[in-house]
Design a protein around this ligand. Sequence first.
Ligand code: ZN
Length: 307
Amino acid sequence: MASEIMTVLGPVPVQHMGITLMHEHLFIDLCRVTRDPDHWLNDFNLTIKELSPFSAGGGRTLVDVTNRDLGRNPLGLCNVARTTGLNIVMGCGWYREPYYQPEIYEKTTDQVARDIITEIEKGVGDTGVRPGIIGEIGCDRSYISPVEERSFRASARAHKHTGLTISTHVVRCTAGLDQLDILQDEGVDLRRVIIGHCDTYLDPNYHDAIAKRGAYVEFDCIRSKFDWEIESRAQWVMLLIEKGYLRQILLSHDCCMKPHLHAYGGNGYDYVLRDFVPRLLAKGLSEEQIHVLLVENPAAALTGVRS
Ligand SMILES: [Zn+2]
């Protein structure tokens, strides 16, 4: 397991990952809950076009953390992988409570875990397409609801059975630390956990607290049109590196809505490579450190092997 990652087209040697985005969405239906048609990505040709500047900039791998009941499209992802040549890694598990189907309330935690394990081992439904990461699993509010806790415990058990990394969703609050508590209580090694959307909480002490516990701090909303928002993210990256956490930082855009795409005026899947990396270099990061952030950390995060 450690030397390979599972992509939608099958296992790939970890050294083929290259520059990797760890938290994106190619097909996603948030609109089912939000009722906003902007919150729906489902256009194959547009997806291919939007990915082209990422590939042209050197991108090789993209992790699509769309999971069940969120518009996940395993066969669509296979077509994207074949058409673009990118490695695509697919997610699994339960997103957050407003998106849950009733079945999670009716099953035991172990049954929910078994379902996740079946997907990981046999593929989604009858597609045969296997997830390569558990996530994004999250909490909708600033606390983890009882049924979301069930999702976290089930994901932890599926992780322990399959070895897949866990990637979470939590915004504008410190509940990422509560997520770590539950996963730790289930016996998960927190070095196998990615806390998502850390850059939506503006206090660097939160980033620090996550890193201290061994988990990955994911700055995955690097997509704003406002310079100060991008600049603050660059500063948080520098702060964490100064504190010695270079190898626990992950960068991504979380493109999940039409306005995030170039076609609708957004910064697209290539913004980190196009704008953010030059900013970090200008602040004094070396090319080697950039390589750690974009290549070595994603490889370590997916396989669990840290250098
Ligand atoms: Zn999310």
